[in-house]
Design a protein around this ligand. Structure first.
Ligand code: IMP
Length: 202
């Protein structure tokens, strides 16, 4: 069975990638499955930069093609915060619950129509010989005033999609993947790879 290395420790992301790659019979390996300790300095100021930093660092350490995901939530009325700081919005040792609570606090008193937000996902695929592919996907929604749903991870329980009348946390993985920032970025990646016949050999 073919394997793809994903430069992440985020279990929520790993589950979504596993589900996506299962249809190609490709097994996902995350940093948690790799013995080597790899230090990644996420110093970029954009999702693209950070995705490239992660993929390049892990590709260099393992000498294998590596896919990295850098993603996060941009809330319009908060000047697109938390953005690239989404994972550590409530502090360095933060967790999903605390990040959601901080977001609710920052948006206290803000009416629904001004709670517009979008998820962004940048995917970088880097090959040992230097070839690099970067794609992006986004998904628009609103931040609710309380958490709804038990699925997913991160800000999913607060991220409401009007067309479905559901939060991301009320969707199955498959339903989320059809419309999510990550699903859309993966669609883009599929298109690029289909048009790039020799990408697997680089
Ligand atoms: P990263 O691992 O540095 O890319 O940080 C990603 C962070 O953005 C996660 O820890 C979540 O807080 C948030 N995030 C990214 N994608 C999603 C998603 O699909 N659902 C909910 N939160 C997400």
């Amino acid at each position: 069975m073919k394997t793809i290395i994903i430069a992440t420790n985020n279990k929520g992301k790993v589950r979504e990638f596993e589900q996506f790659f299962a249809k190609y019979a490709i097994k996902v390996k995350s940093l948690a499955d790799i013995r080597k300790k790899i230090r990644i300095e996420e110093t970029g100021s954009t999702f693209r930069e950070n995705a490239l930093i992660k993929a390049r660092t892990v590709c260099k350490a393992l000498k294998k093609p590596v896919l990295a995901d850098d993603s996060g939530l941009e809330v319009a009325i908060l000047n697109n915060q938390p953005g690239v700081y989404s994972a550590r919005y409530a502090g360095e040792n933060s967790n999903d619950y605390l990040n959601n609570q901080k977001l609710l606090y920052m948006l206290r008193g803000v009416p629904f129509k001004l709670r517009k937000a979008r998820f962004v996902c940048a995917l970088a695929l880097v090959y040992p010989k230097g070839k690099e592919i970067v794609v992006e996907g986004t998904c628009e929604g609103y931040i609710l005033e309380e958490m709804r749903g038990k699925n997913g991870f991160g800000y999913d329980p607060l991220f409401y999609v009007p067309a479905l009348n559901k939060t991301f946390a009320e969707l199955t993985e498959e339903e989320k993947m059809k419309i999510s920032h990550r699903g859309r970025a993966l669609e883009e990646l599929e298109k690029v790879l289909e048009n790039d016949e020799d990408s697997g050999r680089k």
